[in-house]
Ligand binder design. Structure first.
Ligand SMILES: Cc1cc2nc3c(=O)[nH]c(=O)nc-3n(C[C@H](O)[C@H](O)[C@H](O)COP(=O)(O)OP(=O)(O)OC[C@H]3O[C@@H](n4cnc5c(N)ncnc54)[C@H](O)[C@@H]3O)c2cc1C
Ligand SMILES: *[C@@H]1O[C@H](CO)[C@@H](O)[C@H](O)[C@H]1NC(C)=O
Ligand SMILES: *[C@@H]1O[C@H](CO)[C@@H](O)[C@H](O)[C@H]1NC(C)=O
Ligand SMILES: *[C@@H]1O[C@H](CO)[C@@H](O)[C@H](O)[C@H]1NC(C)=O
Ligand SMILES: *[C@@H]1O[C@H](CO)[C@@H](O)[C@H](O)[C@H]1NC(C)=O
Ligand SMILES: *[C@@H]1O[C@H](CO)[C@@H](O)[C@H](O)[C@H]1NC(C)=O
Ligand SMILES: *[C@@H]1O[C@H](CO)[C@@H](O)[C@H](O)[C@H]1NC(C)=O
Ligand SMILES: *[C@@H]1O[C@H](CO)[C@@H](O)[C@H](O)[C@H]1NC(C)=O
Ligand SMILES: *[C@@H]1O[C@H](CO)[C@@H](O)[C@H](O)[C@H]1NC(C)=O
Ligand SMILES: *[C@@H]1O[C@H](CO)[C@@H](O)[C@H](O)[C@H]1NC(C)=O
Length: 598
């Protein structure tokens, strides 16, 4: 049935594409169509000298590279795993699987960066050239140049994407990282749209990273609906694909809070879009994904007076249980996850959010409530769970307690301190498999048991493939913003989900092709029990398995057709394209050949 559906899809897509004359945008370096050096220089001059040839960040560490330079290499080794300085360079991706391509790459071994991972330094999946964008006119010029020469475009902000959608080999990249302005408007006047006027609207340039946004808005006494990881770009893939974090339970997704965007559409036109102007495009860019409809340059979003952040933290390992033991046989793990699931409806009703991470040998719960009190509400909401955990004799407990922070910036300062290892290192390989779990699953003991069994099997299976695995149960779902009027286009599965379950696998050097294939297949298959519990449901495509076969339904649900209509209207020749994005050309397109090789 899946095969049939995708066949029908490609036939109808072919008809649409030929009517809209998609030229393919498939000119590659070395071909006659590829611009001459003079043409590139002329283009460079037209964008104030902001065109660059891509150099991978670790080129200075490869002896055979013309960029070999010991002193420069030491600097790269120093920041290699740190996503903030790493993200200030075009020539990288957060995850090496999306920076490299098969046996082509230019990476270092993260735990020992003095070691290089490839024979020679090559571009892997990185673009041939990139434009370090400073104004909308640079973007318009790049889109027109690409159109004139039939060149593939890619759009990149931080390079965090889990599907590699910001790294397209042989493309011309539009790199938005340096569009980094921030402003706060207590009284906001929307562009030609009185109904969108309002109070407390923040504006972010396309390249602003989350940590800078939290600190900036907190200095104005405001909170923004970002995520936890400080290096994620809020206005790029995050805010256009949904955007979940500590405030989602209270205020909705970041896309739900969007008020107005400045964008450059495929023809190079700059538009201010909101609920009155290009409303369908505005809707599509509120959850339908980055890299698909237009290039966003400014994101205007509702912000809220700062709230204190209250947190309950519990961290323990299971006594007498090996780190690689089979999770389905771990009684303590099963009982704790069951208690968690039994509490979930009550917690969600009180807007308690956070994450619980489960491993074969350990777990850590971080339950969070942004709320204007002294922490009493979180204590009472979590008291019975805390008692249940505190009373167990089969745990070796390393953290168990409540803390309160004056505001979100204070919370981040404390929890993201250099010695508190809260985020993943960058510069490694990763694979995700995820599913949104609907509310009704939590309503009966039998479905709770099936859910826990399904998650435990995933924990066990993922560890059977990789040594570095963990399963995050993310409680950050938009329970208080059901968006009944469908003002945003994020996957409708979000609206009745209470868990976003993510199985995470990581490794540090390239795997052999057959091992990788089996691991990738295994990670997809281990979602089967969760899919059985959520028929017609979906996954959050910013944090999902890139290989989902029924991807239109899984990532976009019932919004897919409406999103495709917007795509056809605003990008009829298909200048923008990314892996399993709305209107995707498909796996057979030669620019996706790396997904077959990795
Ligand atoms: C360590 C880590 C933690 C994360 N935590 C969270 C979390 O808590 N919550 C959450 O919701 N997600 C989280 N994510 C996932 C995150 O939302 C995605 O990786 C997202 O794609 C990142 O967007 P980016 O713009 O920073 O990345 P990029 O890889 O640069 O871009 C992602 C996509 O957006 C497109 N894009 C980027 N900029 C623009 C633009 N200006 N206009 C149009 N398209 C653009 C790109 O073409 C690409 O398709 C996390 C990711 C990582 C790596
Ligand atoms: C573009 O011009 C700038 C400024 O002169 C220069 O630094 C850069 O190397 C040029 N880019 C290319 C690809 O030649
Ligand atoms: C690296 O490049 C050199 C010179 O082009 C070539 O001789 C050598 O075989 C390459 N090595 C690998 C491992 O690809
Ligand atoms: C915002 O508008 C209100 C009235 O609508 C006014 O009282 C207030 O001073 C304005 N604030 C700023 C910062 O302009
Ligand atoms: C499990 O892994 C942790 C962290 O790597 C380590 O500290 C602990 O000793 C390991 N436990 C066992 C039983 O191997
Ligand atoms: C632990 O359980 C015992 C017996 O069920 C109970 O009396 C005690 O109060 C519990 N301790 C805590 C800290 O809740
Ligand atoms: C874990 O144990 C269960 C139950 O015995 C078994 O079905 C499953 O295959 C095991 N998983 C792994 C990865 O060994
Ligand atoms: C996992 O660790 C074992 C033991 O250290 C090692 O032999 C194996 O290669 C590792 N597997 C992967 C995928 O890294
Ligand atoms: C939804 O739309 C209706 C009709 O336009 C409107 O009356 C209502 O206020 C809207 N609801 C929300 C939550 O915006
Ligand atoms: C991959 O899976 C197949 C089928 O289960 C198995 O025969 C093969 O040995 C596996 N290969 C590796 C490298 O694990």
């Amino acid at each position: 049935m899946t095969v049939l559906a995708s066949l029908l899809f490609s036939i109808s897509f072919a008809l649409v594409a030929s009517a809209a004359t998609d030229p393919g945008y498939n000119c590659r370096p070395g071909q006659k169509c590829w611009p001459s050096w003079d043409e590139w220089q002329h283009f460079n001059a037209s964008i104030d000298g902001h065109l660059y040839e891509t150099i991978p960040i670790a080129a200075s560490c490869y002896k055979s590279s013309p960029h070999y330079d010991e002193a420069a290499c030491q600097v790269v080794e120093g920041y290699y795993s740190n996503s903030i300085p790493r993200g200030t360079h075009y020539g990288q991706a957060y995850w090496l699987n999306w920076e490299t391509c098969g046996d082509s790459g230019c990476a270092l071994l993260e735990p020992n960066p003095a070691e290089t991972l490839y024979g020679n330094c090559s571009l892997g999946r990185l673009a041939s050239y990139y434009v370090d964008v400073r104004t909308t006119s640079h973007i318009s010029a790049a889109l027109q140049f690409a159109t004139a020469h039939n060149i593939r475009i890619s759009v990149k902000n931080t390079g965090h994407d889990f599907f590699g959608r910001s790294s397209v080999p042989n493309s011309l990249a539009i790199w938005t990282h340096n569009l980094d302005t921030l402003s706060f408007n207590p009284n906001f006047t929307a562009h030609n749209c009185a109904s969108a006027n309002g109070q407390n609207v923040g504006e972010l340039g396309a390249g602003v990273v989350a940590g800078d946004a939290y600190r900036f808005f907190n200095s104005h006494g405001m909170d923004i609906t970002g995520g936890y990881e400080q290096s994620v770009g809020l206005a790029g893939g995050f805010g256009q694909g949904g955007g979940v974090g500590s405030f989602t339970t209270t205020y909705g997704l970041m896309a739900d809070n969007a008020v107005e965007f400045e964008v450059v559409t495929a023809g190079g036109q700059v538009r201010i879009i909101n609920q009155c102007n290009d409303p369908e495009l505005f809707w599509a860019m509120r959850g339908g994904g980055g890299g698909t409809f237009a290039v966003l340059t400014k994101y205007r979003v509702q912000v809220y007076p700062s709230l204190p952040i209250h947190v309950y933290t519990f961290t323990a390992s299971f006594t007498g249980v090996g780190n690689h033991s089979n999770a389905t046989q771990n009684v303590a793990l099963r009982e704790i996850m069951t208690a968690h699931a039994e509490n979930q409806i009550g917690w969600s009703a009180q807007l308690v959010t956070g994450q619980v991470e489960y491993f074969p040998g350990a777990f850590t719960a971080s339950l969070v409530l942004p709320y204007g009190d002294d922490g009493s509400k979180l204590r009472s909401a979590t008291a019975s769970f805390a008692r249940f955990l505190s009373n167990r004799t089969d745990l070796s407990v390393t953290a168990n307690g409540y803390a309160s922070y004056a505001n979100y910036a204070a919370y981040l300062t404390e929890t993201a301190a250099p010695d508190a290892k809260v985020t993943e290192p960058a510069g490694i390989f990763s694979l995700l498999a995820s599913r949104l779990i609907p509310r009704k699953v939590f309503a009966a003991p039998s479905t709770i048991d099936a859910l826990v069994e399904g998650v435990l099997q995933g924990i066990a299976t993922s560890r059977s493939f990789l040594n570095l695995t963990g399963t995050q149960v993310v409680l950050e779902t938009p329970v208080s913003n059901l968006d009944r009027n469908q003002t945003a286009s994020a996957n409708p599965a979000w609206r009745d989900s209470l868990w976003h379950v993510i199985h995470v696998g990581e490794w540090v050097e390239p795997l052999k092709a057959d091992v990788l294939q089996n691991t990738t297949d295994g990670f997809l298959q281990m979602l089967d029990p969760l899919k059985e519990l959520s028929p017609g449901g979906g996954a959050y495509f910013n944090e999902a398995h890139y290989g989902e076969p029924d991807w239109q339904q899984t990532y976009f649900g019932s919004f897919y057709d409406r999103l495709l209509a917007v795509k056809s209207k605003y990008d009829p020749t298909h200048l923008f394209d990314c892996w399993k994005c709305v209107g995707w050309r498909g796996e057979q397109d030669p620019f996706y050949s790396c997904y077959r090789e990795w």
